[in-house]
Design a protein around this ligand. Structure first.
Ligand code: HGY
Ligand code: MN
Ligand code: MN
Length: 420
């Protein structure tokens, strides 16, 4: 029997902060919208930075706007254990995606300090810039720059869907910090996150020990046809960009839906020009999000789409251009940390199961820099990126305690040390 860990997070503080942060950016929707480097996200950043400071942490911001709360415990010369996630959201989001990992990370540090624990090394909580990628592509941009996967200048020069430039926006909201991205090279990185999918909820398992994360391909497709009169143009004479775009959506759905391959395909954004009820669209611009845990299969899906677009251009008499927005290969997380998560769950009397992450996360970028892994808790009905995103309080608290024990282990404080 593994001795019960004597420390536990402060549930009401964690749950209260989740709801307080979740209330920011509510204008115009049932759920928050805090797009990266927006005024609403600034308000969220200010609240979280205030909590970091009130907890006695050193607050640091790097040049791509990543926000850190640093506890310089233990031997300050040693690399820190880092936890965290993001607090930017999609449009009309839930309140747990990302925020849970940041606030549970803060909660873990506050619990360790209140329990008088003496970690062997510093512990840091991070909130990375632009994880969602809704306003600025690619997603996970802040952690990608932090991990050296994208040059800082390129990140700062990124132009958003609204024409804003990320670097200028970070300066405008007061989060163009002085630290060089990567200034803290972690000993290990652990990210606690809601699953955002149906697996844990369907199986009734409270903890996911995430061992890998699927590959992601983001593209923007532009189809140019010929505007013409909706009433006078015979169907056989049309070069309808809207019709061609619709055929791409159906092609993607049919391919991803065939057999039992795990490939998923999404067209999330679509715009027509001139966007008039009685004009055949001259232009359709849309995004394609393809994902698969297997790199070879993901490449085949990209190639199949490229072949289809060539055939479609010929058949519809349109021209088609494609712009790559993001491309990340699948990531395998650190087995030793995954095993530590399983032990921590067992120590809390919680069942766990190993699993793949369907969503992208900052952990996949931090895995380029240090040993990394993730902990999932169930999403009720598998719903996320939706105001109906929900996780049971007991699961939120259970996940935070598993993060606590995993961080203690990584920081050199094992349960046996504490039980004595
Ligand atoms: O796209 C994703 O998987 C993440 O939510 N950014
Ligand atoms: Mn997230
Ligand atoms: Mn998300």
């Amino acid at each position: 029997m593994v001795p019960q860990h004597p420390a536990a997070v402060d549930a009401s503080r964690l749950l209260g902060r989740l709801r307080q942060l979740g209330a920011i950016g509510r204008e115009g929707g049932d759920g928050p919208t805090r797009l990266a480097a927006s005024d609403a996200e600034k308000a969220g950043r200010d609240l979280v930075a205030g909590w970091f400071a009130a907890a006695g942490l050193e607050v640091a911001v790097d040049r791509i706007g990543n926000l850190f709360g640093i506890w310089r415990g233990g031997d300050p010369a040693l690399a820190p254990v880092m936890v965290g996630s993001h607090i930017d959201t999609v449009i009309n989001a839930g309140i747990f995606d990302g925020c849970y990992g940041v606030l549970a990370g803060l909660e873990v540090i506050e619990t360790m300090r209140a329990a008088g624990m003496a970690p062997g090394r510093p512990v840091v909580v991070a909130a990375f810039t632009n994880e969602e990628g809704v306003r600025f592509a690619p997603d996970m941009l802040g952690s990608l720059v932090y991990a050296g996967g994208l040059a800082l200048e390129a990140g700062l020069a990124t132009v958003g869907t609204d024409g804003a430039v990320l670097g200028a926006e970070l300066a405008r909201i007061g989060y163009a910090g002085p630290h060089e991205p990567g200034f803290l090279r972690p000993h290990a990185y652990v990210e606690l996150h809601i699953e955002q999918g149906p697996v844990l909820d369907r199986e009734g398992v409270p903890i996911g020990a995430v061992e890998n994360l699927q590959g992601i391909s983001w593209q923007r497709v532009t189809i140019d046809g010929v505007a013409n009169h909706a009433g006078t143009t015979p169907m056989s004479m049309r070069h309808d960009a809207g019709q061609a775009a619709a055929r791409v959506i159906t092609f993607l759905r049919d391919r991803a839906g065939r057999g039992n391959v795990p490939t998923v395909a999404t067209v999330g954004c679509m715009a027509f020009e001139p966007n008039a009820i009685n004009v055949i669209p001259s232009r359709a611009t849309f995004t394609v999000d393809l994902r698969d845990p297997d790199e070879a299969r993901l490449r085949e899906e990209e190639a199949a789409l490229a072949r289809y677009l060539v055939e479609l251009a010929e058949a519809e008499g349109v021209t088609i251009s494609v712009e790559r927005l993001a491309r990340f290969e699948p990531v395998i997380f650190e087995g030793a940390i995954v095993a530590a998560v399983e032990r921590a769950a067992a120590g809390r009397g919680l069942r766990s199961r190993r699993m793949t992450s369907g969503a992208g996360h900052d952990a996949q970028m931090m895995a380029r820099l240090c040993p990394a892994a993730m902990i999932f808790v169930p999403s009720i009905d598998g719903i996320s990126h939706n105001p109906r995103e929900r996780t049971l309080d007991a699961d939120l608290v259970g996940g935070a305690n598993v993060l606590l024990d995993t961080v203690c282990h990584l920081a050199g404080i094992d349960r046996e040390d504490l039980a004595s």
